[in-house]
Design a protein around this ligand. Sequence first.
Ligand SMILES: Nc1nc2c(ncn2[C@@H]2O[C@H](COP(=O)(O)OP(=O)(O)O)[C@@H](O)[C@H]2O)c(=O)[nH]1
Ligand SMILES: [Mg+2]
Length: 346
Amino acid sequence: MKVGLVGFAGSGKTAVFNTLTGLDVPVGYGGEVRLGRVDVPDERIDALSGIYSPKKTTYAEISFCDVPGEHGAEKKGLSPRSLQQIRDQEALCLVLRDFDNPTLEGAPDPAADLDAFHTECIFADLEIVERRLERARKERADPMEIAAFELMTQTLEAERPIRSIPAEELNRRFLRGYGLLTDRPLLVALNRAEETAAEPIPEDITARLADLDAAGLVLSASVEAEIAGLDPDDQAAFLEDLGLSESAQARFIHAAYELLDLISFFTVGEDEVRAWTIRRGTVARVAAGQIHSDLERGFIRAEVIPYATFMEYGSEQGVKDAGLLQIEGKNYVITDGEIMHVRFNV
Ligand SMILES: Nc1nc2c(ncn2[C@@H]2O[C@H](COP(=O)(O)OP(=O)(O)O)[C@@H](O)[C@H]2O)c(=O)[nH]1
Ligand SMILES: [Mg+2]
């Protein structure tokens, strides 16, 4: 999964990036686009890896892109360059400043920044959607496509994000390639001063997030980045001092999985034990395509074992002997934690 960190200059995007990736990129204004990644910790992968002792163990992964904001007098979060960068991210994490930054004027106002950023995204999308609608009408394109772009135009004009349009009402096939920002799942990170790191999100912002179909998360990037660099044993003690039970990285991963409705399935063997990330509701054949396009193209069947069943019998053979190996077809919906072997022929 690719997550783009976005927001106004000085909101702490680079500090958040450091907290999440464990990297140590210099904070302060400016900077390059940076990429970093984290393994998604999963005890089930640890256990499976313990059983197979594979040559390689691969966790699911989240990659982060730190997109610099504008640093001019005009307060904008999206330069043409950063727009380009964030259009190909699968989800956006908006970092909102909720701490005093001595290099910036004015007290923090995360609610206002949230609205300002949302408005920028609405305008950026509206420009693209209106242009396409005009062309589509001129070219007498597929009426379904015209209807989709009309619906999006109306939605954006009402200052609603495209992601608020239910799947049944909008055929998102027509949206591919446009990189519309308000169709991206949005996770909002309220970046706090150390003293307020454990306080909940204020009600006005919670309400606004619900309104925008976005999820929220509180963190205190500069201090949590320091904690992320410590020994695991020390980390727990420092987090507790802040009133937190889990690291920012763990909280972020949970929030992102929930927001995007992601689950994992596993492949196992002597070569590799590996976790794969899919959306809930993904069918076996499409899931197989994550592993390799040949597996999707030549899909015959999936042999599936729920994680708990596997652990109960301790091996694939044990599960087979008990008659519990599931043989599933291409439309079988994968559930979280299933171990899958794909039989295919190309
Ligand atoms: N007190 C406090 N300062 C922070 C926090 N996050 C970032 N900063 C500081 O704010 C300034 C800008 O941070 P930076 O990550 O470079 O912001 P960016 O422009 O959004 O990438 C730096 O001086 C950081 O040390 C935070 O959570 N709390
Ligand atoms: Mg930065």
